[in-house]
Design a protein around this ligand. Structure first.
Ligand code: TXA
Ligand code: MG
Length: 320
């Protein structure tokens, strides 16, 4: 555990570092982000370097209010504007045609930029102090589990950061849902996330949901193997049928599994609430990754509501 990193709740410190072109970790309601001035190419390059992120994987820009979006995008198609009105601030990211003020390094050369208004008081207060948007991917090394506490960020990236803005544990716990519109007017969900498919359908009607395994040129970051612990992570049909033993890890939905040490088990949601499961998912994966276990077994949740996005994370973590 790394505990020398400079962590706190001071948005003036965070703002002054960001203005200087440094990278700072910030809390959001989904996961922690690794933020830098989105209009400053050198600052954005630091994010890619710290995360060891391939340059083909574009970044989301974060703004304090959707009212500011016209500074950075050419236009907002009507259905996406309705989504923004319904769900921003919140766990929704929209892909919109960018203005040239957004450097190509942010979008990995795409003419679309991903835009989000986080619903976290501390980060919104920070954004309100800045006259630029913050480019921020999740604050984890590329491919590993996203951080949902300041300690998670410090554990992995602490030695490379000058400040971690600590906003407590992320309420939602999984990343935002990414939505865009194709040239022929279809609404696509490119990443399942904290805003559910059902919530989007309520506002838009028919949408197309990209599958986790799709090799999809529109969302180059949606790699099949992602969010992964370093231990083998195996999805089983029936969690009670797994091999029993001391070195077995379990991530169960509602109940502990008999015959396996309790301290090698994580129960995501004892009462079955999807919100609890999402909130506990990444912290649970990290915990089990530190246990003396050879393999972590898990089960899928019902494929509705937040279960859809949670299962997407479980399948990617289990993919070889
Ligand atoms: O909840 C979240 O969205 C968090 C917090 C920090 O805001 N951020 C996050 O960022 O999850 P990241 O970098 O881990 O995932 C961003 C993904 C990329 O991998 C890519 O798939 C998609 O967003 N993306 C970003 N810009 C895009 C673009 N211009 N076109 C297509 N996909 C894009
Ligand atoms: Mg990420």
């Amino acid at each position: 555990m790394y505990d020398l990193s400079f962590t706190g709740r001071n948005i003036d410190i965070a703002a002054s570092l960001l203005i200087k072109g440094e990278a700072v970790a910030i809390p959001t309601e989904t996961v922690y982000g690794l933020a830098a001035n989105a209009l400053n190419i050198d600052a954005v390059t630091k994010i890619f370097r710290i995360k060891k992120r391939p340059s083909f994987d574009p970044l989301i820009i974060h703004i304090s209010s959707f009212d500011l979006v016209d500074r950075y995008v050419v236009s907002v198609p009507e259905p996406l504007r309705r989504l923004a009105e319904a769900y921003m601030p919140g766990p929704l990211t929209l892909l919109l045609e960018k203005k040239s003020i957004i450097p190509d390094v942010v979008t990995s050369g795409s003419r679309y930029v991903a835009v989000r208004v986080p619903a976290h008081d501390l980060t919104r207060a920070l954004l309100a102090k800045l006259d630029f948007p913050l480019a921020a991917p999740s604050a984890n090394p590329f491919g590993y589990i996203s951080p949902t506490t300041a300690q998670h960020v410090a554990d992995q990236l602490g030695s490379q950061l000058c400040y971690i803005l600590d906003g407590g544990p992320c309420e939602i716990g999984i990343e935002s849902t990414i939505v865009g519109m194709t040239d022929n007017g279809e609404i696509h969900v490119y990443r399942k996330g904290g805003l559910t498919i059902e919530q989007i359908q309520k506002v838009i009607g028919t949408i197309i949901v990209e599958d986790y395994s799709a090799s999809n040129p529109d969302a180059p970051g949606m790699l099949t193997h992602h969010y992964a612990p370093s231990k083998p992570f195996v999805i089983v049909e029936n969690i009670n049928d797994i091999p029993k033993g001391e070195n077995v890890g379990v991530m169960a939905y509602r109940q502990f599994v008999p015959g396996i040490p309790m301290h090698h088990q994580v129960v995501l949601a004892p009462t079955g609430r999807f919100e609890d499961a999402a909130h506990n998912l990444f912290a649970g994966m990290r915990y089990l990754d530190t246990c003396q276990v050879d393999t972590i077994y898990t089960q899928l949740l019902p494929e509705v509501d937040l279960g859809i996005a949670i299962n997407d994370r479980l399948r990617r973590a289990a993919a070889i």
